[in-house]
Design a protein around this ligand. Structure first.
Ligand SMILES: [Zn+2]
Length: 429
C-alpha cells in the first residue's frame, strides 16, 4: 500500500483528507458491508465438461468497480468481489474497470435519485484518504490506481495486467492468451461524466474534457450514472430527460475517439436520443431486463425496457448481464433467462441472438453478487444447464465483446473484428 501511494505522488498529494481517513480494518468492514456475496445454494455444481469448456473460453467482463475500494488490484483480498488474482482464478481474460465518482444516497421515501442527496462516493473517498472534493479528481485518482497496478504487474512475477487502448492491442492480447501467457487485459471506463460540461456547456469545454479522459486511457464512456446530470437523464433520476446539447457533443466526440459508448443507467429518452445520434454500435455494460425482473428484488427503474433493448440491438451493440439479484432476480438460473429474453428480441429483428449478449458482473459495485470472480465456472455451468451450447456460451463469454472492440476501438475495422472472431474460434472454444 505504501509503495502504491509513493508512485501516486500527484494524486495522493491532493488527499486533503488528513485525519479523516479510516484505519484499514474499518475500511475493510465498510467494503465487506457494501460488496456482499449472496452465493446461490441452488447453483449447478460444475462438472468436468463445464470446467473444460470454461477453461477454453476467452472471458470478457464489461463492468467492475474494483477501483473504488481501498484494495490492491494485484493482491487476492478475502473481502470485496474482485482483483486480478481472483479474476485470473475465474479465467477472466479482459476486465473493464469502471470509475464511480458520485453516488447519491437512495432515500426510501423518494422515488428518484437526486444529485443533491448526500454523496456516498465522496464520503468513501474522504475516509479512504483520497482526493474527495470533485468528481473529476475522484475519477483521475482511480485511473492513476489502474496505471499504477499496470506498472507494478510488469515488475511482478504474477499476472501481467495489460492496458488495452486500441484494436491491435486487443488482438495481441487474444494471441498472448491463446499461447498460454499469464496476461489479463484491462480497460478503463467512466460511469457518469458528471463534470463534463458542468461549468460551461460550450462544445470546446466538453471536447477538451473528453480529450483529457482519452489521453489518460479511457476507452468506455457512460454519460450518466444513477441521477440526472449535465449530459443527460438517468433511469433513476428525477426528470429523466434525454441528451442535453453538452451530452450530444460528449457522445459524438467520445465516439470519434473510438471510445465505446455505454448507456447503462441511462433514461429511456437518452437511449433513444443516442440511437439517433451515434454512428457506431453502443452498449449497456451491466444490467438486467424489466421483462424478467421489474419489482423486488429488482429496482423498478434500473432494468432495461424492451424498447431500450431494441435500440441497442439495432445499433449492433451489446448488453452485458450482471450476476446480482437486484438486476436479474434471486437465483443464478435467472441469468440465462435474462439473456434468452434479449436473444429472442434479437431473433425477432432478424439478428443472431447470441451475438448481442455479454457479461457485466458489476463486481464491487455495492451489490450482492451471486457468483464469485474466482468461481466463474459456475456461470458456465449455469448457461450449460439452461441449454446454451458451446458456441453460444463462447460468444456471450467474450467473443462478442472482442468483435465489438476490434471493430470500433482506435485502429479498429470490420476486418479486425473478423480477425478477432476467427482467432477465438480457432484458438479457444
Ligand atoms: Zn452501475
Amino acid at each position: 500500500m505504501k509503495r502504491r501511494h509513493l508512485l501516486l505522488a500527484g494524486g495522493v498529494g491532493a488527499a486533503a483528507a488528513a485525519g479523516a481517513a479510516l484505519r484499514p480494518p474499518a475500511l475493510a468492514a465498510v467494503d465487506r458491508g457494501f460488496n456482499r456475496f449472496a452465493i446461490d445454494p441452488e447453483a449447478p455444481v460444475p462438472d468436468a465438461t463445464d470446467r473444460q469448456l470454461h477453461e477454453s473460453l476467452f472471458l470478457a467482463d464489461l463492468h467492475a468497480d474494483c477501483l473504488k475500494w481501498d484494495r490492491d488490484l494485484l493482491t487476492w483480498s478475502d473481502y470485496g468481489h474482485a482483483d486480478v488474482p481472483r479474476l485470473k482464478a475465474g479465467n477472466t481474460a479482459l476486465q473493464v474497470f469502471a470509475m464511480v465518482t458520485h453516488s447519491p444516497v437512495n432515500f426510501p421515501w423518494r422515488d428518484c435519485l437526486s444529485a443533491d442527496a448526500p454523496n456516498h462516493a465522496a464520503w468513501l473517498a474522504l475516509v479512504q484518504g483520497r482526493p474527495f472534493r470533485s468528481t473529476r479528481g475522484r475519477a483521475f485518482y482511480q485511473m492513476d490506481l489502474f496505471w499504477d497496478a499496470v506498472h507494478r504487474s510488469r515488475l511482478s512475477d504474477g499476472t501481467e495486467l495489460r492496458p488495452i487502448l486500441n484494436a491491435s492491442e486487443l488482438l495481441a492480447l487474444i494471441a498472448a492468451r491463446s499461447e498460454g501467457q499469464d496476461v489479463m487485459g484491462g480497460m478503463l471506463a467512466l460511469e457518469g461524466g458528471h463534470w463534463v460540461g458542468q461549468y460551461d456547456p460550450g462544445p470546446g469545454v466538453v471536447t477538451a474534457e473528453i480529450q483529457r479522459l482519452y489521453d489518460r486511457g479511457l476507452r468506455l464512456f457512460a454519460p450518466v450514472h444513477r441521477f440526472d446530470n449535465p449530459l443527460g437523464g438517468s433511469s433513476e433520476g428525477c426528470a429523466r430527460y434525454g441528451l442535453t446539447p453538452a451530452g450530444e457533443v460528449a457522445l459524438q466526440v467520445a465516439e470519434e475517439h473510438g471510445m465505446v459508448i455505454d448507456l447503462a443507467h441511462a433514461s429511456e429518452d437518452l437511449i433513444q436520443d443516442a440511437a439517433r445520434l451515434l454512428k457506431k454500435p453502443f452498449i449497456v455494460s451491466h444490467t438486467g431486463v424489466r421483462a424478467v425482473c421489474e419489482g423486488p428484488p429488482c429496482l423498478p427503474d434500473r432494468n432495461m425496457s424492451d424498447d431500450s433493448i431494441r435500440a441497442v440491438l439495432d445499433s449492433g451493440g451489446l448488453i452485458g448481464i450482471g450476476y446480482w439479484g437486484m438486476a436479474v432476480g434471486q437465483g443464478v438460473a435467472n441469468i440465462p433467462r435474462v439473456m434468452a429474453h434479449i436473444m429472442e428480441i434479437a431473433e425477432q429483428r432478424g439478428l443472431n441472438g447470441a451475438d448481442h449478449v455479454a457479461l457485466g458482473s458489476d463486481f464491487d459495485g455495492s451489490v450482492a453478487t451471486q457468483i464469485s470472480a474466482d468461481e466463474l465456472v459456475v456461470l458456465t455451468a449455469t448457461l450449460r444447464a439452461a441449454g446454451f451450447d458451446r458456441e453460444v456460451i463462447a460468444r456471450i463469454a467474450g467473443r462478442n465483446v472482442c468483435r465489438l472492440l476490434a471493430g470500433n476501438m482506435p485502429g479498429g475495422s470490420p476486418a479486425m473484428a473478423r480477425q478477432a472472431e476467427q482467432v477465438l474460434e480457432n484458438g479457444f472454444a
